[in-house]
Design a protein around this ligand. Structure first.
Ligand SMILES: NC(=O)c1ccc[n+]([C@@H]2O[C@H](COP(=O)([O-])OP(=O)(O)OC[C@H]3O[C@@H](n4cnc5c(N)ncnc54)[C@H](OP(=O)(O)O)[C@@H]3O)[C@@H](O)[C@H]2O)c1
Length: 238
């Protein structure tokens, strides 16, 4: 089974719906969007099932995996997609702002990876894909707290890939550039322009490219790929 965190909207929702369209069964998590989660279940005609999860809750990931285990669901693939952003210059960032972003993007994603490992060991293999960000590669003013959380997750991706490789568990990341979703809907036009300034390709980053990259890294086509970060940024990092 494939577990996608944050499947109620944005990248996670597109991924879940693409998986369902190709006949793959999925479980996904939602936080505030229970109604959106029900819409995803309906749109996928029951191939995808949503479960509540608040990644700020230290017990949330273990409790979720226990629930899935009790339902006879064993997780072979994890996509750590759920995340939150924070905009603000580092000099103006409070401890609470930084902690909130780290709690969800780093601590929560870490706990989810740790919680699925026993499932993957039982299945004698598995793969994880962590959704990080172009902000881990390029310094982006106002994105310091967010970049720190994603850079931590990228470091864990590489370490876990080395630690779990012998058990046939692959761990990779994707780093998308700017993509219009709920997360970026509050940005002002000039902020979007600044984020896209370095893109080489005129059409920018597409949802299809991001979802396609995740699907590739999950698949057997990527059987020899681990510890890597696939950058999907329309050339912005060049
Ligand atoms: N959009 C971009 O430009 C961009 C670029 C680079 C990387 N990313 C990364 O891509 C991933 C998906 O982002 P998106 O753009 O699709 O954002 P989005 O549309 O805002 O979706 C975020 C998802 O995370 C879930 N979530 C938020 N807070 C949570 C919490 N406390 N506990 C558990 N789940 C929580 C949301 O659930 P509910 O809706 O149910 O609350 C939602 O499903 C994120 O990790 C983001 O950092 C995005």
């Amino acid at each position: 089974m494939i577990l996608v965190s944050g499947g109620s909207q944005g990248i996670g929702r597109s991924l879940v719906e693409t998986l369902a369209a190709t006949g793959r069964e999925t479980v996904f998590t939602y936080h505030s969007g229970s109604q959106r989660a029900r819409q995803v279940e309906a749109a996928t005609e029951g191939r995808a099932r949503g479960f509540p999860l608040d990644l700020r809750d230290p017990d949330g990931p273990d409790a979720l995996l226990t629930t899935l285990h009790d339902e006879g669901i064993c997780v072979r693939h994890l996509v750590n997609n759920a995340g939150v952003s924070h905009s603000g210059l580092l000099a103006m960032t409070s401890d609470q702002d930084l902690e909130r972003v780290l709690q969800v993007n780093l601590m929560g994603s870490f706990r989810l990876m740790r919680a699925v490992i026993p499932h993957m060991l039982r299945l004698r293999g598995g793969s994880m894909v962590n959704v990080v960000s172009l902000a881990t590669l390029r310094a982006m003013p106002g994105q310091g707290a967010y970049a720190a959380s994603k850079a931590g997750l990228l470091a864990m991706t590489r370490t876990l890939a080395r630690e779990m490789g012998r058990k046939r568990i692959r761990v990779n990341a994707v780093a998308p550039g700017f993509l219009p979703t709920g997360m970026t809907s509050g940005l002002k036009p000039e902020e979007v322009k600044a984020l896209r300034r370095h893109e080489c390709l005129p059409d920018g980053v597409s949802m299809t490219s991001v979802v396609g990259a995740i699907l590739f890294l999950l698949s057997d086509d990527a059987a020899s790929v681990t510890g890597q970060c696939l950058v999907i940024d329309a050339g912005a990092s060049l």
